[in-house]
Design a protein around this ligand. Structure first.
Ligand SMILES: [Zn+2]
Length: 357
């Protein structure tokens, strides 16, 4: 068997901040395709198209890092910063945030071995990219990017827990020293001292991703088109579900209805104007199909969420009803809602009349 080919070609790319050129890994085209994908887009397995290629774990190479100034970003945005919403602010502020923030970027940046990216280095790069993005003022943050980076961190943590065998993965790195730290945990503990809010578990990272995604879907113009909006909301629903936040997911589904109704009314207004061009009318017809489809989907999702909350809350409702059987129904309802049961869930339980038989 011949020598394995590298999955990358190395290309010099200028850092978008300090402009110094360094070699970065570009994936050779049509090398692999995702095979098994989880509900939150995490790829479990890849199908490698080319034979005799060294198998690596693609997510470890999602970020580019500048060895000179330590700027780190998603590879596509690093190569072409004009794609980023906030590249102007990042370029202006990076390296002069405040002494504490700069020190932390410097600390993480020094602990990156860019020539060999294994699980631990990949984690550090992700922390670094996320930290750089949250360190700029809140009004210019790219919420969608923050959500994506936090989700990628959540995936890395999941891979650590799952014990799946990945080249240079968590199993290989376990127990290995990290630079001058006897273990990676030591490095992370040191980091956490200066960055107390850093996500250190899959749950925390997923929760962060959720928070940013919620805000991105509501405010980022990249979600203005109905199809994009729905893609974003679907991912958000999945993240809320993974966090066990059924109420949040339910409210999001209600938001889909509100958004859908608003879109429909805007479409009608535009269609009613005689000056609306044929091209715009066709676009609206296409958008309307998307909106109708996602509103239909939302109906099914709402029912599913309600059923699951009913199942979860039924014992609480039953015991409250039994313990207060002598109280008028209005008083019982107050107690049930006070116990944290959503009004819609309580109504569903009442309509099924499961407790007063
Ligand atoms: Zn640089």
């Amino acid at each position: 068997m011949g020598e394995l080919l590298s999955p990358f070609s190395m290309r010099p790319i200028a850092c978008p901040i300090c402009k110094s050129e360094h070699a970065h890994r570009m994936f050779r085209v049509r090398l692999f395709v995702p095979k098994d994908i989880e509900s939150d887009q995490h790829v479990l397995t890849y199908r490698w198209q080319a034979e005799n290629t060294e198998v690596i774990h693609p997510p470890y190479f999602a970020l580019f890092y500048c060895p000179k100034c330590y700027f780190t970003d998603l590879a596509d945005d690093y190569r072409d910063p004009s794609r980023c919403k906030n590249n102007y602010f990042i370029a202006k502020i990076f390296g002069s945030y405040n002494p504490e923030t700069d020190r932390l970027v410097d600390f993480m940046g020094r602990y990156v071995h860019y020539a060999t990216i294994d699980y631990n280095v990949a984690l550090t790069l992700h922390y670094l990219a996320f930290f750089i993005q949250i360190s700029i003022p809140a009004d210019v943050q790219d919420l969608f990017k923050l959500s994506r980076l936090a989700l990628r961190i959540a995936w890395l943590y999941r891979e650590e827990k799952s014990g799946i065998q990945i080249p240079n993965g968590p199993r290989t790195c376990k127990g290995k020293p990290y630079f001058d730290f006897p273990l990676y945990d030591g490095f992370r503990e040191e980091l956490k001292k200066y960055w107390p809010a850093m996500p250190v578990s899959e749950e925390e990272a997923t929760r962060l991703s959720c928070t940013y995604m919620e805000r991105a879907v509501a405010s980022d113009s990249r979600f203005d088109q109905p199809a994009k909006y729905y893609q974003g909301v679907k991912l958000l629903l999945c993240l809320l579900d993974r966090c066990g936040d059924l109420e949040g997911a339910y409210n999001t589904v209600r938001g889909i209805y509100a958004q859908g109704a608003q879109s429909r009314s805007e479409f009608q207004k535009t269609l009613a104007k005689p000056e609306t061009s044929e091209h715009v009318r066709q676009q609206i017809a296409a958008d309307m199909r998307v909106v109708n489809a996602y509103m239909a989907d939302a109906g099914a999702l709402r029912d599913d969420l309600l059923d699951r909350m009913v199942e979860r809350d039924l014992p609480t409702v039953h015991s409250l009803v039994r313990a207060n059987a002598t109280l008028p129904p209005k008083e019982i309802e107050k107690l049930v809602l006070k116990a944290g049961v959503m009004p819609d869930v309580f109504r569903r339980i009442q309509s099924k009349a499961t407790f007063n038989k």
